[in-house]
Design a protein. Structure first.
Length: 257
């Protein structure tokens, strides 16, 4: 019998991020930018970089990804991506693997990088409420994401004080240990662990700019949102869509049994 375990996601307090401890970057209206090198987690092979340009409350986020999980069935593997805040402002290492399955799950990484504060969706809402908006995340083995939107105050404060972390999720289960590949996600018991595992991570460092740079990074091919699996933190109606989107992954597990 398949064992399904639903783990509670630890809560990390973030209220302090909105207080006066944040440096002057959070309090003025001068343009500034943040950069992160996204290194692989969980042996995913995923890597890339992120740029965040903030002018007032308007943020332009550019992410370049390569080496990610490529496909699910006949479609691209969707990769949830977020700005996490409220943790230590770092990416977890192997010591965060508390259950010894060879993979650092999203809850195991939360003390390091914190909770989702901004969902880097391709359209629509960008709040933590869209952490499960699988039809609005980019997907495939490589992609370039670029979007301009209004950034919430908590994320801006975390960026300013150096505790914001960009995390990209979703790992090919064939790259995991047998134990991890057989597990269900601690965030949603209808999904395999691989669907919600952190795949790449980078702490954001910021610097003030005299002026915003002209243009953004090369956007490459348009991002194609995917709608055939699910990832991340259970949140309201998104959980229903996530469970439906993860059905093919359960079929894959049965086929490989």
């Amino acid at each position: 019998m398949r064992k399904k375990t639903l783990l509670a996601v630890p809560a990390v307090a973030i209220s302090a991020l909105a207080m006066t401890a944040a440096p002057a970057l959070a309090d003025n209206h001068e343009p500034w930018s943040g950069q992160a090198t996204l290194d692989e987690l969980n042996g995913s092979g995923t890597s890339g970089d992120a740029m965040i340009e903030l002018d007032g409350s308007e943020a332009t986020v550019t992410i370049n990804i390569s080496g990610a999980a490529a496909t699910f069935g006949d479609g691209p593997f969707p990769h949830a991506q977020h700005i996490h805040i409220g943790g230590q402002g770092v990416c977890p290492d192997a010591s965060a693997d508390e259950d010894g399955d060879g993979a650092v799950s999203t809850p195991e990484g939360i003390p390091s990088y914190g909770q989702v504060s901004t969902s880097l969706t391709t359209e629509g809402d960008t709040s933590a409420d869209s952490a499960l908006a699988i039809e609005r995340f980019p997907g495939g083995e490589s992609y370039t994401y670029e979007r301009t939107f209004e950034l919430n105050d908590d994320t801006a404060a975390a960026l300013a004080d150096g505790t914001a972390v960009v995390v990209v999720h979703g790992v090919d289960p064939e790259l995991l240990s047998e134990e991890a590949a057989e597990k269900m996600s601690p965030l949603n018991e209808e999904l395999p662990l691989a669907a919600t595992l952190p795949a790449a991570c980078g702490a954001v460092s910021v610097s003030q700019m005299d002026a915003m740079p002209d243009g953004g990074a090369d956007t490459g091919s348009p991002v194609q949102p995917a709608d055939n699996t699910g990832v991340m933190v259970a949140a309201g109606a998104g959980a229903v869509a996530l469970a439906a989107g993860g059905a093919w992954m359960l079929r894959r597990r049965s086929d490989n049994a």
